[in-house]
Design a binder for this molecule. Sequence first.
Ligand SMILES: *Cc1c(COP(=O)(O)O)cnc(C)c1O
Length: 355
Amino acid sequence: MATDTIQFEIQKTTQSRIAEVDFSNLVFGRSFSDHMLVSFYEDGQWGSNKIVPYGNLSLSPAIASLHYGQTIFEGMKAYKNSDGEVLLFRPFDNWKRFNLSAKRMCMPEVPEEVFIGGLRELLRLDSAWVPTGEGQSLYIRPYMFAADEYIGVKPSDTYYFIIFTCPVGNYYSKPVKVRVETEYIRAAEGGVGAAKCGGNYGGSLYPAKLAQLDGYDQLIWTDAKEHRFVEESGTMNVMFMIDGKLVTPAVSSSILDGVTRKSIIAVAEYWKIPVEQRKVTVDEVITAAKQGRLEAAFGAGTAAVVSPFSHIAHEGVDYELPELTPESFPVRVKEFLNDLRTGKTEDIFGWTLKV
Ligand SMILES: *Cc1c(COP(=O)(O)O)cnc(C)c1O
């Protein structure tokens, strides 16, 4: 197959750490599987492609990414079906988005043989790390960073591309309280909001912390010019059920094109639920909440899949959302996507890829 044409140099671990992991009590992002993929870009190509035991890197303190933030990442998940086969969910969408992020950040693209081919190789080696408990999966973190030892603002000539993986459980367990942010912003039009680049997340920590001090779990970001339009929630896309319709902000240069978001839209359309992708005002969401027409609101992203909101706060007032039932859209769509990812329901959309 075309995706397997690059030879990865594989150095296997002599001492698996899998027995040290408590799979019944997984904390998100704290356990790391035995191996990682490490590719190095220099002289205009990805010349060095290895799979090695997970471990520390040795880097110069002057590498460009640590100073000027030329760094991007992806987040995706692998699951096991009942036959024990490892399934990836829409990995080509992550690969394409990674290369869009790379372009925006003036970094080289990663070819399919390295990203998809290398990932499959890595997962074959560490398939025992893909957990099978309820809500569990193997979180996959591909990322790239500028590696030139040089202090000066310019695109680097050398880069690392790395993939490591983490067995994880459920991300959020209960519905979250969110606040509409009207002072700080996450991204502006023409900026880098549509790229998964490191700085977007560093910049979001302080406003999120202020909200947490006031008792909220997460923010709803609004547009940079007027704080009038809803953009995203935390590090997720945001969706609303209003009057039986699924309403979500259209993607733009300040909104990330989420794989979970577009999967949920496709499932809603398949279920014949009307979908509106357009500019969404804070005002219409709050008015719908006041009038009892806001049936549900939730974040959508790979880590949590669906993260329903219990309250939305705006200008000092908390609006409570209806309690979820097994029939609520966020509950149904989350279950449907999880069943599809784990091979429990037929993959009618052709979204899964066997490793
Ligand atoms: C990763 C991310 C999302 C969700 O994207 P998925 O492909 O669904 O995981 C949404 N918004 C932001 C800002 C993100 O970083």
